[in-house]
Design a protein around this ligand. Structure first.
Ligand code: HEC
Length: 159
């Protein structure tokens, strides 16, 4: 009986822990490096995953409004984190950053528009896709990590 009670408690605790993180589905790999990245990972992944964040292209004013809105909804942010997080988001997901392209479904033309993707690399992508993550993509195009950096945060693997 005690064993059963412990098992039930264990399951209940697991589901509580699980409920604290939305399923990532690979979106966090599209968060570019920078100050504020860690705060986004810690504060913006409980209610929803990062799809809404990495697909957004917003001005600083709009990010400020969104971050405040999320705090109203319960996002766990310390006051001193608000400025770094807003600065980070408006830099890496600002209005001038190209929109994400789905590397698994995009046309040749759409892929060729991405910085750093020359026609021969695009051909390799079209042959080798689908990919599930940036590491698979990088290996398929045979790129060095640094060379791959530009395009890495501009492609997604699902819609
Ligand atoms: C307490 C829960 C919660 C947390 C934590 C949270 N969000 Fe949200 N977020 C929501 C909800 C709920 C919506 C949907 C709002 C809607 O549809 O009106 C949303 C939607 C969004 C959207 C879509 C656009 C919009 O404004 O509706 C963006 C962008 C966003 N969140 C960014 C963030 C960022 C950045 C963080 C971390 C600072 C964050 N969220 C943390 C609850 C949360």
């Amino acid at each position: 009986m005690r064993g059963l009670a412990a098992a039930v408690l264990g399951v209940a605790l697991c589901s509580v822990v699980y409920a604290q993180k939305a399923k990532d589905e690979g979106w966090s790999q599209l968060l570019p490096p920078g100050d504020g990245r860690q705060a986004v990972l810690e504060s913006c992944t409980t209610c929803h995953n990062l799809k809404v964040v990495v697909e957004a292209r917003l001005s600083r004013a709009a990010w400020t409004k969104d971050v405040n809105d999320m705090i109203q909804r319960g996002a766990p942010l310390f006051p001193e984190e608000i400025d770094p997080i807003t600065t980070y988001l408006s830099k890496v997901f600002g209005p001038d950053v190209p929109k994400l392209v789905n590397v698994n479904t995009a046309s040749r033309e759409e892929l060729e528009k991405l910085p750093g993707l020359k026609p021969d690399i695009v051909s390799k992508i079209l042959e080798a896709r689908p990919f599930r993550n940036s590491e698979q993509l990088r290996r398929a195009v045979g790129a060095e990590k640094a060379e791959f950096e530009k395009v890495q945060y501009l492609v997604k693997y699902r819609d």
